[in-house]
Write a protein that binds this ligand. Structure first.
Ligand SMILES: Cc1cc2nc3c(=O)[nH]c(=O)nc-3n(C[C@H](O)[C@H](O)[C@H](O)COP(=O)(O)OP(=O)(O)OC[C@H]3O[C@@H](n4cnc5c(N)ncnc54)[C@H](O)[C@@H]3O)c2cc1C
Length: 354
C-alpha cells in the first residue's frame, strides 16, 4: 500500500529519536526506519553529559547552551513517556598522577564554575584505592538511553511511525520536491543513521572519522550511585540498581568494531587495583562513534539535493549535542531559523557540490 509522509527519518539512535520527537511536537508527519542494531553507539553509550573533558579539563563546546538544553529536553521527553530519562550526578575525579592533580587545582584556581574541591578527601576510602586525593565536577548528567530509546520506539510503534528494517539506499529515488523509497513518498529524507552515512552517496564526502569505543557493564553491589567515578576509566551508574558502565576506549585505528580481549583484560586489571569491593562483568560492549575530523556535528540539507538532510557526526557527545541540534534542525525546517555555522553542513558546500 503506498504511504505518504512529510519526513522520512533514517535511524532511531539518539539523533533520530530527538528529531522525531521535535517534529511530532510540531504536529508534523514522519516515518522512522531503523534496523535496531544492538551495536549502535546510542545503545552502548554511558550517557554522560559533562561540562569539562579530557586531561586538561577543557570546557566543552557550547556548554552553557547545550547543558541546560539537554537537561530540559530529557526531562520533557521523560515526563511524556513516564520514565526517568536523565539524572543529575557529579564526577568524583580521583587524580591518577601528580600532573592531573595539579591541572585540577589550577582549574579550581581560575574560578571555573564546574570544577570544585572535594572537602572530605577520605570519604571514598571504603570503596576505592586513591593516594593523590580527588576533586569534584558538577553539574554532570547521565542520560538513560537504555530506558529512553526503547520507550520512544514503543511510542513510535504505537503510532505506526516506525519500520523496523534495514534501509537500502539503492532503492531511494530523489526528485526535486519528493523522495521515493519502496512504497513511501516523502517530502524530505533526513539521515540520522550514524556510521552508515559514511557510505551514503549524498554525504560520504563529509570528513567523517569513525572512532571505536569499548565498555564493560559491571554488577557492583553497594557502590553509591549518586556519582560517576573517574580515574582514567569512568565508572557510571546505570538506571538498574547496582549496575555500572565502565569505559571507554577511544581508538582511531582499528580493523573492526568487535569487542577485544585486550580491552577487557586491561579494564579488569585496572579495576582490581582501583576498586576495593567485588565486581562481576555482565556485558562487554563495543561500537563505532560517528565522529568527525573537526569534532563538530553535521547538520542540515544537501546544497544540491535540498530535500536530503543529515543530523550526524555527534562523536563522543551525542547525548548532549543530539537534542540541541535536533531542535535546531527542526526550527530550521519549520521556521527557517539558522543552523550554527560550525555545525551546519553549509560549511562543506563546495565539497558536497562536486
Ligand atoms: C563506548 C561508547 C561510549 C559512549 N559514551 C558516550 C557518553 O557517555 N556520552 C555521550 O554523549 N556520547 C557517548 N558516546 C557517543 C554516542 O554514543 C554517540 O555520539 C551517539 O550515540 C550517536 O547517536 P546517533 O543517533 O547520531 O547515531 P547511532 O547511535 O549510530 O544511531 C543510528 C541509528 O541508525 C540505525 N541505522 C544505521 N544504519 C541503518 C540502516 N541502513 N537501516 C536502518 N537503520 C540503520 C542504527 O541501528 C541506529 O539505531 C559513546 C560512544 C561509544 C561507542
Amino acid at each position: 500500500m503506498p504511504m505518504q509522509t512529510e519526513y522520512l527519518i533514517i535511524g532511531q539512535g539518539i539523533s533520530g529519536s530527538f528529531l522525531s520527537y521535535y517534529l511530532r511536537k510540531e504536529g508534523k508527519d514522519f516515518i522512522v526506519i531503523d534496523n535496531n542494531n544492538s551495536r549502535s553507539p546510542s545503545k552502548i553509550a554511558a550517557g554522560i553529559i559533562n561540562p569539562v573533558t579530557g586531561r586538561r579539563l577543557v570546557t566543552v563546546w557550547k556548554v552553557d547552551e547545550v547543558l541546560p538544553f539537554a537537561w530540559d529536553a530529557y526531562q520533557h521527553i521523560g515526563h511524556e513517556l513516564n520514565i526517568t530519562a536523565i539524572s543529575q550526578k557529579s564526577i568524583i575525579d580521583f587524580f591518577p598522577n601528580p600532573f592531573m592533580r595539579e591541572s585540577f587545582l589550577q582549574k579550581i584556581g581560575t574560578g571555573d564554575k564546574y570544577v570544585h574541591p572535594y572537602p572530605e578527601q577520605n570519604h571514598f576510602n571504603n570503596f576505592f584505592n586513591y593516594d593523590l586525593g580527588c576533586g569534584e565536577i558538577r553539574p554532570v548528567y547521565t542520560a538513560h538511553l537504555e530506558t529512553l530509546l526503547p520507550a520512544w520506539r514503543q511510542q513510535l510503534q504505537k503510532e505506526n511511525k516506525l519500520l523496523e528494517e534495514d534501509f537500502d539506499i539503492a532503492q531511494l529515488k530523489v526528485e526535486k520536491n519528493k523522495v521515493h523509497y519502496k512504497n513511501i513518498t516523502a517530502d524530505k529524507i533526513i539521515f540520522c543513521d550514524g556510521t552508515s552515512s559514511f557510505e551514503n552517496p549524498f554525504f560520504k564526502q563529509l570528513p567523517f572519522a569513525p572512532n571505536k569505543g569499548e565498555a564493560l557493564v559491571l554488577h557492583i553491589p553497594g557502590l553509591p550511585d549518586q556519582h560517576i567515578y573517574k580515574k582514567g576509566l569512568m565508572i557510571v551508574p546505570l538506571a538498574q540498581p547496582d549496575l555500572f558502565w565502565v569505559g571507554a576506549s577511544y581508538i582511531w585505528d582499528f580493523d573492526n568494531s568487535d569487542p577485544t580481549e585486550t580491552f577487557r583484560q586491561n579494564t579488569e586489571k585496572a579495576l582490581q587495583q582501583w576498586l576495593k569491593i567485588p565486581f562481576t562483568v555482565v556485558e562487554h560492549r563495543s561500537g563505532l562513534r560517528p565522529a568527525t575530523l573537526e569534532r563538530r556535528p553535521f547538520v542540515g540539507f544537501h546544497p544540491v539535493h535540498t530535500n536530503v538532510g543529515i543530523l550526524n557526526g555527534m562523536g563522543t557527545k551525542g547525548c548532549s549535542l543530539a537534542p540541541f541540534f535536533a531542535r535546531q534542525l527542526t526550527d530550521h525546517l519549520l521556521y527557517e531559523e539558522p543552523i550554527a555555522v560550525d555545525a551546519g553542513i553549509e560549511r562543506f558546500k563546495k565539497i558536497l557540490m562536486r
